[in-house]
Design a protein around this ligand. Structure first.
Ligand SMILES: NC(=O)c1ccc[n+]([C@@H]2O[C@H](COP(=O)([O-])OP(=O)(O)OC[C@H]3O[C@@H](n4cnc5c(N)ncnc54)[C@H](OP(=O)(O)O)[C@@H]3O)[C@@H](O)[C@H]2O)c1
Length: 374
C-alpha cells in the first residue's frame, strides 16, 4: 500500500524527468538535410512566434536571406534581432503582412517584388485556430480568409518570382485536422452555421487542396509545392480557446516544441530530390499515403483489438467457466460482464462494424491518394 502511494506521489516527478525523452520519441525526428542556403531568398509568414519563428531561424542559420512576414512588425523586429544574434546572419528582415486584409497582402507583395530579384522558398505558415466568429477586412470568414485565401493570394502574387527563381518551393502548413474538414460552398463564410473548431479544419483542408492543384498547374515550371502537418506543437495557436489552452498546458511536457514542429516544413523546403512528390501532404516526415497506411494500421489494430476483446468477453463465459480462471479477466472485463449478453453482443457488433468501416474508409482514401491523387 505504502509502495503504491509512494509511486503515485513520485509519478509526476518521474514523468517530469522522462518528459524530454517521451517528447523526443513522439516528435518523429529532425530534418537531416545538410543543404546550405547562401544567396537564397525565403519568405516565412507568421514568423514572429511558434513554428514560423523556428522555421525562419533554421533558414537563416543556413545562410538564406529570410523575410519575416508578420502582422505585428514590432514583435517581428524583436524576433529578427534575436535570430540575427543567434545565427550571425544579418539578412533577416521584417515586413508587414496582415493576411486578414488583401490590401496588406498586395502591399507586401508589391514591396517584396520591388526589393528582391528572387524567391526560392515560400513558407505559408501563419494561421489562426478556433477564433470566435469574425470576418477579414474583405468579408471572408476568419479561418478560411487567413489560413487559406490570404496565402492563396500571396502565393499567386509571388508566383512569377517563384518561377523566375526555379527551382523553388512553396510549403503550406496545414494540419491533421484536415481529416475533419469539408468545403461547404453554400456556407463558405460561416454565415448559416459556424463552429470555430470545424472552421479551422475546413481551412486546413483548403490548404491541402490548394497544394495539390498548385502542384498540378506548376508541373514542369520548376516550382514544387507541399503541404505539411507539423504535429501537435506547444505554441500560441490555442490562444482563442480556454479549454485548448488548458489541454496544451497539461500536456505541454509531451507535445512538440516549436523547434520540433518546424522540422516537417524544413524537410519539405530543403530535402533534395523531393520534387517528384510535389503536391503531396507530409506528416511525421512521411508522404500522405504513408500517413494513410499508418492510420489504417492504427485503426485496424484498434478495431481488431476491440473486436477480439469483445468477442472474448461474449464467449468467455463458455470458454472460461470456472470462477478461478475468471480472476484473470481484467477490470475492464468485469465491467463488461456487468452488461447482459444482448448488450455485450451489441457492443461486439458496434466494434465489428467500426472495424469494417474504418478499414474500408482508410483503405479507400489510401487508394485514392496513391492512384487518383486526391
Ligand atoms: N501548434 C500546433 O499544434 C499545430 C498543429 C497543426 C498545424 N499547425 C499550423 O501551424 C502553423 C503555425 O502555427 P503555430 O502553432 O506556430 O501558431 P502560433 O504560435 O499562434 O503562430 C501563428 C502565427 O500566425 C500569425 N498570424 C495569425 N494571424 C495572422 C494574420 N492575419 N496575418 C499574418 N499573420 C498572422 C501569428 O501572428 P501574431 O503573433 O501577430 O498573432 C503568428 O505569428 C499554423 O498554420 C497552424 O494551423 C499548428
Amino acid at each position: 500500500m505504502i509502495g503504491v502511494l509512494l509511486l503515485l506521489l513520485l509519478l509526476p516527478f518521474l514523468l517530469y524527468i522522462a518528459a524530454p525523452q517521451i517528447r523526443k520519441m513522439l516528435s518523429s525526428g529532425v530534418c537531416t538535410s545538410t543543404i546550405q542556403l547562401p544567396g537564397k531568398v525565403a519568405v516565412v509568414t507568421g514568423a514572429n512566434t511558434g513554428i514560423g519563428k523556428e522555421t525562419a531561424k533554421e533558414l537563416a542559420q543556413r545562410g538564406a536571406r529570410v523575410y519575416l512576414a508578420c502582422r505585428d512588425v514590432q514583435k517581428g523586429e524583436l524576433v529578427a534581432r534575436e535570430i540575427q544574434i543567434m545565427t550571425g546572419n544579418q539578412q533577416v528582415l521584417v515586413r508587414k503582412l496582415d493576411l486578414a486584409d488583401t490590401k496588406s497582402i498586395r502591399a507586401f507583395a508589391k514591396g517584396f517584388l520591388a526589393e528582391e530579384k528572387h524567391l526560392h522558398i515560400l513558407i505559408n505558415n501563419a494561421g489562426v485556430m478556433m477564433c470566435p466568429y469574425s470576418k477579414t477586412a474583405d468579408g471572408f470568414e476568419m479561418h478560411m480568409g487567413v489560413n487559406h485565401l490570404g496565402h492563396f493570394l500571396l502565393t499567386h502574387l509571388l508566383l512569377e518570382k517563384l518561377k523566375e527563381s526555379a527551382p523553388s518551393r512553396v510549403v503550406n502548413v496545414s494540419s491533421l485536422a484536415h481529416h475533419l474538414g469539408r468545403i461547404h460552398f453554400h456556407n463558405l463564410q460561416g454565415e448559416k452555421f459556424y463552429h470555430a473548431g470545424l472552421a479551422y479544419c475546413h481551412s486546413k483542408l483548403a490548404n491541402i487542396l490548394f497544394t495539390q492543384e498548385l502542384a498540378r498547374r506548376l508541373k514542369g515550371a520548376g516550382v514544387t509545392t507541399y503541404s505539411v502537418h507539423p504535429g501537435t506543437v506547444n505554441s500560441e495557436l490555442v490562444r482563442h480557446s480556454t479549454l485548448m489552452r488548458w489541454i496544451w498546458w497539461l500536456f505541454s511536457f509531451f507535445i512538440k516544441t516549436p523547434q520540433q514542429g518546424a522540422q516537417t516544413s524544413l524537410y519539405c523546403a530543403l530535402t533534395e530530390g523531393l520534387e517528384v512528390l510535389s503536391g503531396n501532404h507530409f506528416s511525421f516526415f512521411m508522404v500522405s499515403f504513408e500517413e494513410q497506411k499508418f492510420l489504417i494500421l492504427m485503426k485496424s489494430h484498434l478495431s481488431i483489438f476491440s473486436f477480439i476483446t469483445c468477442a472474448f468477453g461474449v464467449l468467455s463465459k463458455k470458454l472460461l467457466p470456472s470462477p478461478r480462471s475468471q480472476r484473470f479477466i481484467t477490470v475492464f472485463f468485469q465491467q463488461f460482464y456487468s452488461f447482459n449478453i444482448k448488450f455485450r453482443s451489441m457492443i461486439l457488433l458496434f466494434f465489428f462494424l467500426n472495424f469494417i468501416l474504418f478499414t474500408f474508409y482508410t483503405a479507400g482514401s489510401f487508394f485514392f491518394n496513391i492512384f487518383i491523387g486526391i
